[in-house]
Design a protein around this ligand. Structure first.
Ligand code: NZQ
Ligand code: ZN
Length: 388
């Protein structure tokens, strides 16, 4: 394990079919004013909204509704959420939804009492929080981002087409998250598989970095094997509790600061995917899938030993009588076949990207320096073009 590090994850998780029973005891720890944050209506259709409002009423809470959080939440929506939180001096932000709703709640939590423009301060200048933080609790309905147990809060400015994530510290992590895998059954298949690939991408972006023998990589391999196994079951049988619950739990551990300990990490796929999202508003996991194969085939020669290990330990490639290059390439072939099997979007054209957009997308792609090869802007352009 390289370097010095702290591991501290303060989020309390309640997991399983009866997880919502614990909301009451959590609510008792906060004041009476609750901002109830949710998306465009899936929680009303599933009945979860009614269950949560009933619990809030039983607990004597005064509820301030903050509905309509869109996938890839925008800066204007953030300002609206801040107004609701500040005018009513709310005690808790209760996010019910997917990563967008959880991320947005965290962004409101640090921004409502911020005296500057939060987009400038936290996203363009990447400054830390030095004002009051409103606590956040999550009830998760979509799996993939890991937002339920991390400090990530990604916000998009449609005017400049910039989509930027700020990873806040443990003081901004959700205080608690409630996770019932059954709530994810109603997700459209497109969203389910996008979430599955988001998990995959989080894990491999941490895995493909560093040359040392590191426990984090062994944890990553185990998570990947579980994810691949369960994803194959879930696409055939979306109501399979065993598979959906494993996917939900894997998503949390894929990006809750455990498997990046002692690792430099290479988040280039996310940097490119986020910029694509800023241009097209496409579904997050699909933006990652569309650029991944071009990126990893480009990266392979620079990180050959790790790609070989990935092929053997994750994809069970038989290494007998093959060169390292052949083994590594076969691993990526298995990965691509799996991506096609579960129904991912494999190119940017399908997400609405045109050749004319490539320069702008490259301009909005922040270069990550932790991978086996630090990309130049020209290399970003090449990879994006190969992904069309
Ligand atoms: O708005 P509603 O009606 O709720 O519909 C949502 C939305 O349209 C729907 N949905 C959610 N749960 C459902 C459901 N539909 C039926 N049944 C359910 N149970 O799914 C759609 C997508 O939801 P969204 O929250 O946008 O998806 P996801 O969880 O993938 O979140 C994506 C956002 O998270 C950010 C992404 O950039 C993107 O903005 N990320 C956050 C990260 C973090 N906090 O660390 C890291 C990730 O890499 C990612 O960047
Ligand atoms: Zn992601």
């Amino acid at each position: 394990m390289l370097g010095n590090f702290v591991y501290h994850n303060p989020t309390k998780l309640y997991f399983g079919p009866d997880a919502l029973d614990s909301l009451k005891q959590e609510l008792q720890q906060y004041g009476p004013k609750v901002q109830l944050i949710y998306g465009k209506g899936s929680i009303k259709r599933s009945g979860l909204y009614d269950q949560i409002v009933a619990i809030l009423q039983q607990c004597g809470k005064q509820v301030f509704e903050d509905a309509g959080v869109m996938p890839n939440p925008t800066v204007d929506k953030l300002y609206e959420g801040c107004r609701i939180a500040k005018q009513n001096d709310v005690d808790l932000l209760l996010a019910v939804g997917g990563g967008s709703v959880c991320d947005y709640a965290k962004a409101v939590s640090v921004s409502a009492h911020c005296t500057e423009d939060p987009w400038d301060k936290y996203y363009l200048r990447m400054q830390d929080v030095d004002n009051k933080i409103i606590p956040v609790g999550c009830v998760l309905t979509m799996v993939g981002t890991g937002s339920e147990m991390n400090g990530g809060a990604v916000i998009t400015d449609p005017k400049t087409k910039l989509k930027i994530g700020h990873v806040f510290g443990p003081n901004v992590f959700p205080k608690f998250s409630i996770m019932n895998p059954e709530w994810t059954y109603s997700l459209p298949k497109y969203q389910m598989v996008a979430g599955i690939y988001d998990i995959m991408s989080h894990i491999i972006e941490q895995y493909f970095s560093g040359d040392d023998d590191n426990t984090s990589d062994y944890l990553a391999e185990g998570l990947l094997r579980s994810l691949i196994h369960s994803s194959r079951i879930a696409v055939q049988d979306t109501q399979n509790y065993e598979a959906r619950s494993n996917i939900m739990w894997t998503a949390t551990w894929a990006l809750n600061t455990l498997i990046n300990r002692g690792k430099p990490c290479d988040f280039m796929v996310h940097k490119m995917g986020q910029s694509v999202g800023g241009y097209t508003d496409a579904t997050h996991g699909m933006t990652l899938a569309a650029v991944s194969m071009a990126y990893y085939r480009f990266l392979l020669p620079y990180g050959l030993p790790k790609f070989k290990r990935y092929a053997v330990n994750v994809w069970q490639v038989d290494a007998t009588d093959k060169t390292d290059e052949q083994i590594a390439a076969e691993g990526l072939q298995h990965m691509e076949a799996w991506m096609r099997e579960i129904g991912l979007v494999m190119n940017l054209t399908e997400l609405g990207v045109t050749e004319q957009m490539i320069d702008g997308i490259a301009d909005g792609t922040f270069i990550n320096r932790g991978g086996y090869k630090i990309l130049t802007r020209e290399e970003v352009v090449t990879i994006l073009k190969q992904s069309l």
